[in-house]
Design a protein around this ligand. Structure first.
Ligand code: HEM
Length: 505
């Protein structure tokens, strides 16, 4: 028997074995569940995977939910997914039964890229996670700590507006600059300075998310996960990327540790960076002493979330204002009135920009950076509105669809920051479940205080210093708003605008 035959016999055997295992699992798990939430008909082996082909996941899920309701059951491979598409159901998951739903699924991406799930965002709920989340809330992302980085934000954004002013009257790729500036701010805050390999690090994380951020086939068939990981190249590709990003992060830690006489020239005076803070924690005796891997997992989360999410909001907010010139005019007159002849925008008056704050809220309603939040998992079986939810279901909350649902929002598809002027009390801190861009409950985003001045300062400077025009005679209402689903939900096409100086930076 030659090698070719041997391989095909082995593959056929493996395939039959997998089918048998899936069928046995299906038989044993479907016996006792009689009242799952409604959902489309499932096909053997693949379940509802075919229902998700076509449009982007958040759109596809919204379309299915409009047929099957706000609590929907999909079987993807052999895993139950519960899709939540109403404020009432979101509240049930993230408030009423939060403790049961605050786990994260055990995904290949998380195992490989987040130091075996020891980060904050994708780590399993438990004592270690509570410990690092507490460090995050009480030390890393407090209002006081965020305030201590004000000079970094002001310096980076001023550099950005100076660069824009040099393109006065010509086309400027605002998207590129927004992302590089925000990542620059995040790098200086988290790592102490901008490292030359920052771009490479970001693109490696982006690639890893492309491979493992959606549904890796191995994640959908846990009973034969090991075999599928061996057969697909996903794990190997992720491991290659992990080796690269780990080296970058370890270099950063070693750099900090090896500094003998305080900070080197390029680093910040006056404020500790977040690696410094975590290294100090490493010295403290604790039930959970932080290893280097733990620190790398945490700083990777904060750098990535800190750079990506708020950039996407600033980019969408500018696009929406271009599309809605009356909103732009009102925002410009607010910023120009508040900062008057000061000649520059700093953070001291940001709290007075109430209309700008409403613009940011309205942007987060229509364009939440993380449209499906992060997936959750329930440890125990439970009931929601009389439906049975099997244990270890993956819970997807479609914040994007809830924010655009005409049942909860008047003129839901229109960009109207005024709605938040009238209803200023609707906030995004996880108590109004029709507006949950940062999630809610125990797993809610801890980065709001960090993100807010980044977004407000950039937008305020754009509005104060410049008037903006679309290039090539494109009319405002024609601006393309197509989305791209990736690490966050971004614009498919870069936002390229012509700046006209109003106040010279
Ligand atoms: C506009 C900006 C941001 C948006 C829209 C956003 C959104 C989110 C969302 C939707 C989640 C998942 C919540 C859930 O599962 O219920 C999340 C989690 C998280 N975010 Fe943010 N985020 C933003 C900025 C930031 C920033 C600036 C940081 C850090 C500096 C950050 C750090 C995190 C972390 C660590 C988690 C994981 C929380 C956990 O699982 O316990 N985020 N964020």
């Amino acid at each position: 028997m030659d090698l070719q035959n041997l391989i095909s016999i082995f593959t056929t055997f493996l395939f039959l074995f997998m089918l048998l295992k899936i069928a046995m699992k299906k038989f044993s798990s479907s016996k006792d569940i009689t009242n799952l939430p409604p959902g489309p008909r499932k096909l053997p082996i693949i379940g509802n995977m075919h229902n998700l082909v076509g449009s982007m996941p958040h759109e596809c899920l919204r379309n299915l939910a409009s047929k099957y309701g706000p609590l929907m059951h999909l079987k993807l491979g052999e895993v139950s997914h519960i899709i939540v598409t109403s404020p009432e159901m979101a509240q049930e998951i993230m408030k009423t039964q939060d403790l049961n739903f605050c786990d994260r699924p055990n995904l290949l991406f998380a195992r490989v890229m987040t130091y075996n799930r020891t980060d904050i965002a994708l780590g399993p709920y438990g004592d270690y996670w509570r410990h690092i989340r507490k460090i995050c809330n009480m030390e890393l992302l407090t209002a006081k700590r965020v305030q201590s980085f004000r000079h970094i934000r002001e310096a980076e954004v001023s550099e950005l507006v100076k660069a824009i002013s040099q393109s006065q009257g010509s086309i400027f790729n605002l998207s590129h600059k927004i992302f590089s500036t925000t990542y620059g701010i995040a790098a200086r805050i988290v790592f102490g300075k901008k490292y030359s390999y920052q771009e490479f690090f970001i693109s490696s994380i982006e690639k890893a998310i492309q491979i493992g951020g959606g549904n890796c086939i191995a994640d959908l068939y846990p009973s034969i996960r090991v075999v599928l990981e061996m057969m697909s190249r996903d794990k190997a590709k992720l491991e290659e990327l992990y080796i690269k990003t780990d080296k970058v992060l370890q270099d950063i830690i070693d750099d900090h540790r090896n500094r003998k006489d305080g900070k080197c020239e390029e680093e910040e005076e006056g404020s500790e960076d977040l690696v410094d803070v975590l290294l100090k924690f490493q010295q403290i005796e604790s039930e959970y002493p932080l290893t280097d891997d733990n620190i790398k997992a945490i700083i990777q989360d904060i750098f990535t979330a800190g750079g990506e999410t708020s950039s996407a909001v600033v980019e969408w907010a500018m696009a929406e204002m271009i599309k809605n010139p009356k909103v732009m005019e009102r925002a410009q007159s607010e910023v120009r009135r508040v900062y008057g002849n000061k000649g520059y925008v700093d953070e001291s008056e940001l709290h007075q920009l109430t209309y700008l704050k409403c613009i940011i809220k309205e942007t987060l309603r229509l364009h939440p950076s993380v449209p499906l939040l992060l997936p959750r998992e329930n440890r125990e079986p439970c009931q929601i509105k009389g439906y049975q939810i099997p244990s270890n279901s993956r819970i997807i909350i479609n914040a994007w669809a809830i924010g655009r649902d005409p049942r909860y929002w008047i003129d839901a598809m229109d960009f109207k920051p005024e709605r938040f002027v009238d209803e200023y009390s609707i906030d995004n801190r996880g108590t109004n479940f029709e507006f949950i861009p940062f999630g809610s409950g125990r797993r809610m985003c801890p980065g709001i205080a960090f993100a807010t001045p980044n977004m407000e300062l950039s937008l305020a400077q754009f509005l104060y210093h410049f008037d903006w025009k679309l290039p090539n005679g494109i009319k405002n209402e024609e601006l393309d708003m197509t989305e791209l689903f990736g690490m966050t939900i971004r614009r498919r096409n870069d936002l390229c605008l012509i700046p006209i100086i109003h106040h010279q930076p």
